[in-house]
Design a protein around this ligand. Structure first.
Ligand SMILES: NC(=O)c1ccc[n+]([C@@H]2O[C@H](COP(=O)([O-])OP(=O)(O)OC[C@H]3O[C@@H](n4cnc5c(N)ncnc54)[C@H](O)[C@@H]3O)[C@@H](O)[C@H]2O)c1
Length: 333
């Protein structure tokens, strides 16, 4: 764990929104481990209490079922004495197609509501989880943080609006903020349904004896990032002043195609020959190429990303039930 995280967050009251989701639950774990007083806030629209069940009973972990758009006195009470907000809650990418208004309400309006609460209650730090989708189809490689914003999805637009609100609060009021743009995160407890991540979806299908389905030709490049590296990124930006007012690409920089992923997973799970890759219709708006520059966060914060993608994946897939969120770790890891 981070030297900054351990020294800086021990005993501090922090809120993790979306804490019962995939990334948020890992962040809660990391924060509990460094001794922060963690409030996990989630409306359970997509998250599950089982994702944080192993943290229940820890005296520095508290779950609050609440919508990030709630601006009532109940939200004021949660914000009392808070040092840092880690804003991870979001309406998922696929849900935005079904209900773009709700997407805007949560991803932009929710961020605005939390920023106002942050100012009102004198919260020290606001860390915003954002996404590479704010760039749209990247035009410049490797893609740095100064790439133009050309989102090509409702989700990208609403997450960009959330980012812009964060930036405005930094510029207008000097609020200590940091934006982390995530890309293709993978790890235990990611959903394996149609709203989930490709690693979990392939894992579920392969372990059920079904072929992995690749949309389109499968040569789409992804920058798979190990979820625990993002926990470290959050801990570091929360307590290092160098990150104030900045936006960082928080991505491994690894380049793996979807075909390579499917082949590699069949190999790791020993299903070569028994199963094969199926190709489905290309997804509308699917981005073909990612080559993400992560030099800024590495240099500013000394962050290193898991470079051995296949080794990490092989180890993680050693416990399929835990990866698919069917079993939880016994204690915070
Ligand atoms: N997983 C990825 O690869 C990825 C990539 C880029 C960015 N992100 C960002 O990371 C963050 C976490 O994503 P995730 O993959 O863990 O998704 P997730 O769906 O697993 O977690 C999001 C959580 O937010 C909660 N939530 C949704 N609306 C809410 C609301 N109105 N109030 C309170 N809680 C609400 C959901 O119940 C869920 O638990 C999001 O901000 C997302 O935009 C994720």
């Amino acid at each position: 764990m981070s030297e900054y995280g351990i020294d800086g967050l021990r005993g501090r009251k922090v809120i993790v929104t979306g804490g019962a989701g995939f990334i948020g639950s890992h962040l809660c774990e990391g924060l509990v481990e460094v001794g922060a007083d963690v409030i996990c806030m989630d409306d359970l629209s997509a998250g599950k209490t089982t994702n944080v069940r192993h943290l229940e009973g820890r005296n520095n972990f508290h779950f609050v079922e609440m919508d990030v758009c709630d601006d009532s006195a109940a939200m004021d009470r949660v914000f009392e004495g808070v040092d840092t907000v880690f804003h991870n809650a979001a309406s998922k990418k696929n849900i935005c197609l079904i209900n773009p208004h709700r997407d805007l309400e949560v991803n932009a309006g929710g961020a605005l509501n939390l920023l106002k609460m942050t100012m009102k209650h004198g919260v020290r730090k606001f860390v915003q989880a954002s996404t590479g989708s704010v760039y749209g189809e990247p035009q410049i490689f490797p893609t740095t943080e100064s790439h133009p914003f050309e989102p090509v999805s409702y989700y990208g637009v609403s997450k960009l609006a959330g980012e812009r609100y964060v930036d405005v609060f930094h510029r207008l009021y000097g609020l200590d903020t940091t934006i982390l743009r995530y890309f293709h995160v993978y790890g235990p407890r990611q959903e394996s349904n149609e709203f989930g991540g490709v690693v979990s979806i392939f894992l579920r299908r392969i372990t059920q004896g079904e072929n992995p389905v690749v949309f389109g030709h499968g040569e789409q490049v992804r920058s798979f990032t190990w979820v625990r590296d993002l926990v470290e990124a959050n801990l570091r930006v929360a307590t290092n002043p160098v990150a104030t007012g900045k936006a960082y690409n928080a991505a491994s920089g690894i380049r793996v195609t979807i075909n390579e992923l499917a082949r590699g997973m069949l190999d790791i799970l020993d299903k070569d020959g028994a199963l094969s890759i199926e190709h489905g219709e290309p997804l509308i708006g699917d981005i073909m190429e990612f080559d993400v520059a992560n030099g800024a966060i590495r240099e500013d914060l000394g962050l290193t990303f898991e470079a051995d993608f296949w080794g990490t994946l092989r180890t993680a897939l050693g416990d399929v039930d835990s990866f698919l969120g069917r079993t939880q770790p016994a204690t915070a890891s």
